[in-house]
Ligand binder design. Structure first.
Ligand SMILES: *Cc1c(COP(=O)(O)O)cnc(C)c1O
Length: 453
């Protein structure tokens, strides 16, 4: 029968605990600050927006947190996800490297996002919340939370970034199919949205703006809380089931990765695949490299500054220390909508700052070239976001070919691209634009970032 291509685990091996990297970091994360007083915040400051259990997880230093049975039951619909050896891609590249990818597009909504959406909806429901608000970029997060809210019988209002609302109409349909209420952001439904519309009626929108709207909506109502699809510590922790499964699957393959790669918008899918392997590096002395891949149009790690900034455009969220391009920065409307975020999860930033994580940025045409090469070899059409990781994996494999190195590459295929056909059409027609690094816009946005001693 030849050699194994797909490494599968039974449902009984769905992880029972999430892994919290805060327990193993050489240096703890810096405190989160109140947007008004700029002093470290306590749990009560976050209570209007999040249920207490998630606030506890956000600041926890416990190494492992048990996954509730109700959440694992839902995970069974798609987990464990397959680990696939990209044998045809290796052959097409003529590389001695072994390339593996973890396929999170196998979830019902097509990405890693439901790993945390289900957990967040569950904890909100437990604490008597009946309605959630959120933002979504490309629509992956909105779809995931819509699915989760549907399972737990909760209402959901989604502020969808306007450029994506136009580019991905079927993502909107899918959210509505699960029963969610979707509006294009900036919208006329919130003060933040109305203020931005008055100032910039033609703005493509941004994740930062949509977050402002969703946060304002949740803060105004007692029955409503807010849910974020990335960036926060608890969100990254929920995603670690990806890496825990992958560790086990690499064992089945009889190999260990020399390099682990993920695309990075807010940092959650990268953290999901990387943190369990990072633990092996921190605790067991493994030498694995880690690479965060971002778009040249929104390069927060590679070009941003590591300082305190707001998570949203209006400056309503707590101040978090992160590599940022400035909370008022609005990136060009690239097709990888999920990577259009001005900042990055603090945990990823800390690892990058401490030299434990590398980062690189690519233009979208070279990313789509890699996506097409991957599709022709492995048949799965990747999400434009995930294709950033593919670009880096291919480049690592080509470098291995140059050096004759038999290195083992693992990347996270965070989602499929079956709702991104407009982007592929544009690429095939030669109509995709590469945007130069927006130096002037970033300089202006950085002037809006509060100076904190
Ligand atoms: C949302 C999304 C991303 C970007 O978010 P991260 O938090 O950085 O993972 C990447 N890939 C896909 C498929 C997504 O849906």
């Amino acid at each position: 029968m030849g050699e194994t291509t797909k490494f599968l685990l039974p449902e009984s091996e769905i992880p029972e605990r999430w892994y919290n990297i805060a327990a193993d970091l050489p240096k703890g994360p810096p405190p989160v600050l109140h947007p008004g007083t700029q002093q470290p915040i306590g749990p009560q400051d976050l209570a209007p927006l999040f249920p207490m259990e998630l606030i506890k997880q956000e600041v926890s230093t416990e190494r492992y947190i048990d996954i509730p049975d109700e959440v694992r039951e839902v995970y069974k619909l798609w987990r464990p996800t397959p680990l696939i050896r990209a044998r045809r891609l290796e052959k097409a590249l003529g590389t001695p490297a072994h390339i593996y990818f973890k396929y999170e597009g196998a979830s019902p909504v097509g990405s890693h996002k439901p790993n945390t959406a289900v957990a967040q909806a569950y904890y909100n429901k437990q604490e008597g919340i009946t309605r959630l608000t959120t933002e979504t970029g490309a629509g992956q997060w909105g779809t995931a939370l819509a699915m989760a809210c549907n399972f737990f019988g909760m209402e959901l209002k989604i502020y969808m970034v306007k450029v994506s609302y136009g580019q991905k109409p079927y993502r909107r349909s899918m959210m509505q199919l699960y029963g969610a209420n979707v509006v294009a952001s900036p919208s006329a439904d919130t003060e933040a949205g109305r203020a931005i519309l008055a100032e910039m009626p033609d703005t493509p929108g941004s994740l930062g703006i949509a977050i402002s709207e969703a946060v304002e909506d949740a803060a105004k109502r007692d029955d409503t809380k807010y849910s974020l699809g990335s960036v926060l510590n608890h969100v990254l922790m929920h995603q670690t089931i990806i890496g825990q499964e992958a560790l086990r699957q690499m064992e089945l393959a009889g190999e260990y990765p020399d390099v682990v790669i993920g695309c990075a918008g807010g940092g959650s899918n990268l953290a999901g695949i990387a943190f369990p392997f990072m633990r092996e590096r921190l605790v067991a002395g493994k030498k694995t490299r880690f690479i965060a891949v971002e778009p040249e149009a929104c390069p927060s790690l590679t070009k941003g500054e590591y300082r305190y900034d707001f998570g949203d455009t209006a400056g309503m969220t707590p101040l978090v220390k992160m590599y940022t391009l400035g909370h008022t920065f609005i990136p060009e409307g690239i097709h990888a909508g999920g990577l259009r975020y001005h900042g990055m999860a603090n945990l990823i930033c800390e690892l990058y700052d401490q030299g434990l994580m590398e980062a690189r940025a690519y233009h979208q045409n070279t990313v789509f070239e890699a996506a097409v090469q991957f599709t022709r070899a492995e048949a799965i059409v990747p999400a434009p976001e995930s294709a950033h990781a593919i670009r880096a994996a291919i480049d690592e494999a080509l470098a291995a070919k140059q050096s004759g190195d038999k290195k083992v590459i693992l990347f996270n295929l965070s989602g499929h691209g079956y709702f991104d056909m407009t982007a592929y059409d544009n690429y095939l027609a030669g109509k995709l634009q590469d945007f130069a690094y927006p130096e002037q816009k970033v300089r202006e946005a950085m002037q809006q970032v509060p100076v904190i001693a």
